[in-house]
Design a protein around this ligand. Structure first.
Ligand code: PXP
Length: 251
């Protein structure tokens, strides 16, 4: 697979909805955030419709499908309810993620090895209606091989352990896992994405991995928006990604 110089940025707007839902009203509006993200250079919008609807709601998904021009990446658990919603809306992409009701955020990758038979029909049904399916997995060879065996065209590598590493040595170890997994994905012919927990400080090494095609970033961008505005936070992330990519190309 050839190297892709342009790394896509998917902006996750879940936490605009988190802030809205803290008061239960209409603002801040995730749709407005999605439109701003488009203006700021995002290549896609990502939203996670959780079983408990703690941030994004069904109405948000409807409005995002109807009113934004960018491709929508719907993050969803492999449940019948979410499958029915995804088949109804047919977003550009669906990213299957593990979901535990009590977790604060998506804590680890999908158990693609153990859950093969459970996941397979979800993947098939989504692919059948033209939804590009990705599997959110740990950056491990076994998980990648299992994703390939499941017929998913795309994987998203969980960058949480890298971003949350308590020290530089551990971060280096976690980074190498991601780089090795991205290279393995390439040999399998899988399109490779990455995300979770990325910030201005952690994005550049990941963005420099040549065979990554897309990063999905949300929480940091929404937090930073408090200080600089959403467009500015996205533009700065985009700049850092492009800088890392052009450095990788020149190397
Ligand atoms: N990718 C996936 C699959 C996720 O579940 C999330 C969090 O919803 C992200 C990326 C974005 O993570 P963050 O909000 O920490 O940037």
């Amino acid at each position: 697979m050839s190297m892709n110089p342009k790394l896509r940025l998917g902006v996750n707007i879940d936490h605009v909805a988190t802030i809205r839902n803290a008061r239960g009203g209409d603002y801040p509006d995730p749709l407005r955030a999605a439109k701003l993200a488009a203006a700021a250079g995002a290549d896609g919008i990502t939203a996670h419709l959780r079983e408990d609807r703690r941030h994004i709601t069904d109405t948000d998904i409807l409005r995002l499908c109807d009113e934004i021009d960018l491709p929508l990446n719907l993050e969803m658990a492999a449940t019948d309810e979410m499958l029915e919603i995804a088949l109804r809306h047919k977003p550009h992409a669906a990213c299957l993620v593990p979901e535990k009701r009590e977790e604060r955020t998506t804590e680890g990758g999908l158990d693609v090895v153990g859950q093969h038979n459970t996941l397979k029909p979800f993947i098939t049904k989504l692919l059948d209606v033209g939804v590009r399916v990705s599997l959110f997995i740990e950056p491990d060879v076994e998980a990648l091989d299992a994703a390939k065996a499941l017929g998913a065209p795309v994987v998203e590598l969980h960058t949480g352990a890298y971003c949350d590493a308590p020290n530089g040595a551990e971060r280096d170890i976690q980074f190498e896992r991601i780089a090795a997994a991205a290279a393995h994905a390439d040999t399998l012919g899988l399109e490779c994405h990455a995300g979770h927990g990325l910030t201005y400080d952690t994005v550049k090494p990941v963005a420099a991995i040549p065979n990554l095609m897309e990063l999905n970033i949300g929480h940091f961008l929404v937090g930073e928006a408090i200080f600089v505005g959403f467009e500015a936070s996205i533009r700065e992330m985009r700049r850092l990604m492009d800088e890392a990519r052009s450095g990788a190309r020149d190397a």
